[in-house]
Design a protein around this ligand. Sequence first.
Ligand code: NOJ
Length: 729
Amino acid sequence: EPVSKEPTNDKVEELLSQMTLEEKVGQLNFIVGDALQTGPASVTNDGERLEMIKSGKVTGVFNAPGAEFSYKLQKLAVENSRLGIPLLFGADIIHGYKTIFPIPLAEAASWDLETIENGARVAAKEATSAGINFNFAPMVDVGRDARWGRNAEGAGEDPYLGSLIARARVRGFQGNDLAAPYTLAACVKHFAAYGAPEGGKEYNTVDMSERVLREMYLPPYRAAIDEGAATVMTSFNEIDGVPASGSKYLLDDILRKEWGFNGMVVSDYNSITEMINHGVVGNRADAAKMALESGNDMDMMGLIYSSEIEKLVKEGKLSEETLDKAVRRVLKLKYDLGLFENPYLYADPAVEKKEVRSKENYDAALDMAKRSIVLLKNEKDLLPINKNVNTIALIGPLAENKDELNGMWSFFGENQDPISILEGIKQKVGPGTKILTADGADFYSDSRSGFSKAVGIANKADVVILALGESAVMSGEAASRSSIELPGVQKELMQAIQKTGKPIVTLVSSGRPLAISWMDKNIPAILQTWSLGTLTGPAIAEVLFGDYNPSGKLPMTFPRNVGQVPIYYNHKNTGRPYTGDYSEPASDRIYSSRYRDVENSPLYPFGYGLSYAKFEYSDIQLDKASIKSGETLKVKVSVKNASKVDGEEVVQLYIRDLVGSVTRPVKELKGFKKLMIKAGETKEVSFDLTEDDLSFYRRDMTFGTEPGDFKVYVGTNSRDVKEADFMLM
Ligand code: NOJ
């Protein structure tokens, strides 16, 4: 019989007091079924899983396919287990459930917090109606290395942008009431600094100073928690020699004590057991003890709490109070989700049918997708293309493809749902336009057998659209690459087509920054199209033909080649910065921080993205030349749309603290505004800079400001800016 939700804590205590040791441990054991893997081979099979649920040995399962199935499992737990504690249903709803949105990195390129929040809300709506109440998202790991496959899943390289996006996603998933029907628990991951593996290699060692950790990597997790995220997932990596899944420093000192997080912490997939491989524990019992004592409440897939904890407590090696703390947090989460009141709240096949892939959801996905596209180059205004152009040649492995379009981590997405680029273009062009298509090449092989057909149709066309890039599995988890070039022989294909002399637009689909220097030099128009999900074709077509004026801005620096990686805009100046100034003595240039064979600058800087409109920035106006502690500085510019088309611009504000007790980045994003500026119109944009924006971890690791000179920059990306000076007194 379901118990009433109020008052939460008494109910939790009451339940806890009735639980056996075995039942307590069961509440920490999170598993997946055999059919539904997202990690190394499963340790349970379906039959065993059902028995475990009935005997209260399982707290929840993940990747349950649909409302009917989760209803069945929930019934087993509620009606057959002794205490009838309902199950959690977890899943990785990273960018949509069935209606697939752009990959998170693409969404981040919109710099559009409202649309991102809405995307998360739609995902929550579909997922909850299919039975899911616990979402392993948002991933808020900062990433600075394009080789790392999971950049695709995050918000890029910047802690400020990343923090705002983290908040937006948490709001979208959780709403204001976890117990409401269409909201689910967010899980902030992967705590901590999972985005900084050495060499960009997945699951690799992370090592960084506490200062970099706190300044560059921790802010998005903190922001998500301040926004009320219900749960946190630990990361696979070690930091400073200690695996995150058993790190008291991360999980207790920082997360709970410093940040006041009182939600539930879940390990990553088998990550507690993997502490044996890391080499900080020699056996399963010690791994379980270390994890639980550090504050890692729930074991995902390791079946290690379930095999070790009871014995540890009985032998007096682990206090029952430690176990109770973890169980309490799990039960509290279930109460907060409203599961005790209505365990079937999240599983109704009729609701599922109505909500999943609704017209409204498709519209939202299209809106997000077009806002995620970044215009990287548009020589002589080649774009937008006239809808009545005679002949288009659409060439490349993504020209007609559907199954790559959902992108990485679209576990529940159907491969044939997406609308292809070809279909999108067909829907847009006039009746007289002919479209010729050829694959030309694929993602993997070095076969050039498709080149001649591709060149043939290019020769017949007025404009060529090249749909190139990575396949879906080339980014995401376990998808690091040592090369960030276009895979296969796609570059050669592009070169062959370029020789035709036809005007070419390239669509670059990828889950990471690719090194596209040759393309930038030789192809007149380039759109970064990431993986855009179900509505890929229509979104791209809207941009190609000018129904939507692109407004995306890169959330990660695009390097010239892989050797520049890691490359990020908020780097330090060094003692020997390279200025490239030839009026200085040659020796100053030679003995400076740079490579001999490539420029220091990236191909496209952070925050970069063009529009079909042209924006002109005025000089910066400050309301004062200096501010005192506690005061606010007003920073103003006007931005004119000096073109004949309406367009949206992301106006970006950066600062630099010139002298500090520790070195400061050459630029730090501290504000941005995305606004529509009509053709010919001028808009005034103003920002408030506060003491908090000027604060940092000082030499003694206290957080605060230091008086002195600052620069403030406002502009269209992190490179092209106006600047002004002010002083903090
Ligand atoms: C491992 C991944 O690192 C994590 O992000 C994901 O939530 C789990 N697998 C479950 O699929």
